[in-house]
Design a protein around this ligand. Structure first.
Ligand SMILES: O=C(O)c1ccccc1NCC(=O)[C@H](O)[C@H](O)COP(=O)(O)O
Length: 212
């Protein structure tokens, strides 16, 4: 599968960054969400971002962050993209995009066909759309739960913006997910971990190989 770009989300250490680079991923994601096992400090993220080679896009994931939080992240960490993984409205997405001048990827949780209208709505204001599984009711995390959705919902659909498939992808299922949905970009976190928040270099390598 040529030309598929992989995002590996939730890096926390220099070893994670080295493994992402060695595997050949196109995006590296840093999670700024205190409840997450993948949460990292501004200083940790700054060091990892400076260790990233040119061409690897550095993405900060936030959840309903206010301007002060985003200001602090952007001041500390050299970034290529913001990933908004909360309940940000289309107006807020547009505001963030305008304020920071960085491309914005809006994550949308999908469980059934009724959720697809939101993808169209947000593709009018975001630079990219991340199509993720909807978290279970009452979940601590709005993403990164290792759950997938029915990929057949995406068959034959088109959106105005580039999009990325996420949710429960693993080295074992990513090729089938790409085949079915036609995704040109995929995002993974839990599926390349040995425990929550602990990335596994061998799984990262296997995932990128299976996806590309
Ligand atoms: O990873 C987290 O802990 C997290 C916390 C809060 C919001 C989103 C979070 N993760 C999002 C992702 O890592 C991915 O973009 C996506 O949800 C895929 O995750 P997974 O199903 O674990 O592969």
């Amino acid at each position: 599968m040529a030309d598929v770009r992989v995002k590996i989300c939730g890096l926390r250490s220099a070893a994670d960054m080295a493994a992402v680079v060695a595997a050949g991923a196109g995006y590296a994601g840093f999670v700024f969400f205190p409840k997450s096992p993948r949460n990292l400090t501004l200083e940790q993220a700054r060091l990892l971002a400076f260790a990233a080679p040119p061409g690897l896009a550095k993405v900060a994931l936030t959840v309903g962050a206010d301007d002060a939080t985003l200001d602090a992240i952007i001041d500390a960490v050299p970034l290529d993209m913001l990933q908004l993984h909360g309940q940000e409205t289309p107006e807020r997405v547009a505001e963030i995009r305008e304020r920071y001048g960085l491309p914005v990827m809006k994550a949308i949780g999908v469980a059934d066909e009724g959720d697809l209208a939101m993808l169209t709505e947000y593709s009018l204001v975001a630079d990219q759309i991340l199509i993720d599984a909807k978290p279970p009711k009452g979940a601590d995390l709005p993403g990164g739960n290792g759950l997938s959705f029915d990929w057949r919902l995406l068959v034959g659909r088109k959106w105005l913006r580039p999009w990325m498939l996420a949710g429960g992808l693993t080295p074992e299922n990513v090729a089938e997910a790409i085949r079915l949905t036609g995704a040109r970009q995929v995002d993974v976190s839990s599926g390349v971990e040995s425990a929550p928040g602990l990335k596994d270099a061998a799984k990262m390598e296997k995932f990128v190989r299976a996806a590309t």
